[in-house]
Design a binder for this molecule. Structure first.
Ligand SMILES: NC(=O)c1ccc[n+]([C@@H]2O[C@H](COP(=O)([O-])OP(=O)(O)OC[C@H]3O[C@@H](n4cnc5c(N)ncnc54)[C@H](O)[C@@H]3O)[C@@H](O)[C@H]2O)c1
Length: 293
């Protein structure tokens, strides 16, 4: 082979390799001793802030989303800070894709899954009767179906990792049903139930399952949303506030009791405490007033 033929075939291989790398998920191997976290809906909002927070703390981050551009910029940001990540396209409603992404993550992360964060979710606000059934179902498909997929598909990896944890993104709208967010809130009641049950059921496998309960957070999800409750309580929390709370919930803490629910922010703490100790009629009255119903 002549030098020019050699150079030609080299550049063809290199081009093919580059093309392959662009199509494939970004894979950077973690070293075996590095803790790992797998986050859905990681390209934006709370998921993105959480990915960066865990990366800064030395975790190998698995970041997954349907937003390819957001993932690419996240991977660059993590790498620029000297941390490692594995990214890939994942629609949480697609079980086969979940299996595939977890397999890739398992290979890149040295076979351990310390923390699974079921974060991907959507919210569609409005009067219940004015929304089509497809709109209601879509929220269940992603917010509940996606969490079911995550829990089922990741279970074998969680089980083989000592002290593994799952963090599910619940919401203060699962403290008491919220007008104009009825279906969204109902999906979060389902996430609450799954969290409580599996935290008990998987205790024997050394897997803890937790729920984060933020009130409204300043992300794309709440942009332009105006409900009675957003009017009364405002949208005050930042994605970083929630990311910090998620990270803290996964770290060892001196507690005399086992904690499953983590309200984020003072109003969420007050509402969740209030609903536990006040009679149901009073909780309803507080929610009626807050939501201007
Ligand atoms: N923003 C809030 O006020 C708030 C409050 C409480 C709880 N939460 C919960 O926090 C989580 C994150 O919300 P956020 O505010 O960061 O929202 P966001 O809209 O800013 O980000 C959500 C991310 O999920 C991704 N996503 C959407 N559908 C997906 C799918 N099918 N598969 C994979 N990824 C998908 C989006 O591309 C996006 O990157 C959600 O579960 C939400 O319900 C949000």
């Amino acid at each position: 082979m002549s030098a020019s033929e050699d150079a030609g075939s080299y550049s063809a291989v290199s081009f093919r390799l580059t093309a392959l790398l662009q199509l494939s998920p970004t894979l950077y191997s973690s070293d075996m001793s590095q803790p790992t976290v797998f986050i859905t809906g990681a390209a934006a909002g709370i998921g993105r802030a959480t990915a960066l927070t865990f990366a800064a703390a030395g975790y190998h981050v698995g970041a997954y989303d349907i937003d390819e551009t957001g993932l690419a910029s996240l991977a660059k940001e993590i790498a620029a800070k000297g941390s490692t990540s594995t990214t890939g396209i994942l629609d949480v409603t697609d079980t086969a894709q979940f299996t595939e992404r977890l397999k890739e993550f398992d290979e890149a992360a040295g076979g351990r899954l310390d923390v699974l964060i079921n974060n991907a979710g959507i919210l569609i606000a409005g009067q219940f009767a004015e929304q089509a059934i497809e709109t209601h179902r879509k929220q269940f498909d992603i917010n509940v179906g996606g969490v079911l997929n995550g829990l089922l598909e990741a279970f074998p990896d969680l089980k083989k990792t000592r002290g593994a944890q799952v963090v599910n993104l619940c919401s203060a709208s699962a403290i008491y049903g919220q007008p104009e967010l009825a279906t969204y809130g109902a999906t979060k009641f389902a996430v609450r139930g799954l969290t409580e049950a599996l935290d008990l059921e998987w205790h024997k496998h050394d897997i803890a399952v937790k729920a984060m309960w933020p009130l409204f957070v300043q992300t794309a999800m709440t942009k332009g949303i105006q409900t009675g409750t957003t009017g009364s309580l405002g949208i005050k929390l930042t994605a970083q506030d929630v990311a910090d709370a998620i990270f803290k919930s996964t770290q060892p803490a001196k507690r005399i009791y086992h904690k499953v629910h983590f309200p984020v922010g003072l109003p969420s703490k007050a509402l969740s405490m209030g609903s536990r100790f006040s009679p149901v009629w009073l909780t309803r009255e507080v929610n009626r007033r807050l939501s201007h119903s």
